[in-house]
Write a protein that binds this ligand. Structure first.
Ligand code: IMP
Length: 185
């Protein structure tokens, strides 16, 4: 079975490929982008993108929208994570959290999977953890060097793809997609 992952983020593609190829799914890469609306939740952003892409991609495809939600910042950067990462990066987040004792944060990942003529399926994965006090590790992407998932003392930036997938929001949402696809194989 071949499915397409629409993303311009190579890190996300690597993580999805590592999981889906293990169950015999060939993952193709669509990297031309799609509109990301400004909405206050990840599901609306992803559904809108999937509607747009269903006119561009003929094969079964999925896309994923993710964000980092920090409790002491009232859920910021949340749906604005991509923009905030571009503007202030990990360093900017650490600065905002300087005097903060409550380091709790969670990553959320929403996958929308679509086959021609069928209703879209939504899969949601979350990963709880802490914002570290300094950047650690050079692997991964985005906020990986400042996020320590619960149950580990490493940041995502210190993990290889396989290890990150065992903990991560995306590892979980892709696992749900994989379970759904396995039934069809
Ligand atoms: P989007 O899903 O591409 O809109 O992702 C939003 C932003 O959240 C990305 O640009 C990253 O900065 C951040 N992000 C999403 N998932 C991850 C992750 O697994 N690790 C680190 N940062 C992430």
């Amino acid at each position: 079975m071949e499915i397409v992952f629409a993303t311009q983020n190579r890190g996300k593609f690597k993580e999805a490929k590592e999981k889906l190829e293990r169950i015999g799914i060939k993952l193709l890469h669509y990297d031309k982008g799609y509109p990301e609306i400004q909405a206050d939740n990840l599901v609306d952003v992803a559904i809108y993108g999937a509607r747009y892409l269903s006119r561009k991609i003929d094969k079964p495809f999925f896309l994923e929208d993710a964000g980092l939600f920090i409790r002491s910042l009232n859920g910021f950067p949340g749906v604005y994570s991509a923009y905030v990462f571009k503007k202030i990066g990990c360093r900017g987040i650490l600065r905002l959290m300087e005097a903060e004792e409550d380091r709790y944060a969670e990553f959320r990942s929403v996958i929308v999977y679509k086959e021609k003529g069928k209703k879209a399926k939504v899969f949601i994965g979350t990963c709880q953890g802490m914002i570290s006090h300094e950047e650690r590790g050079t692997k991964g992407f985005g906020f990986d060097p400042i996020f320590i998932p619960s149950g580990s003392d490493k940041t995502f930036g210190e993990m290889d793809v396989r290890e990150k997938n065992r903990y991560s929001h995306r590892g979980k949402s892709i696992e749900m997609l994989a379970k759904y696809l396995r039934k069809k194989l």
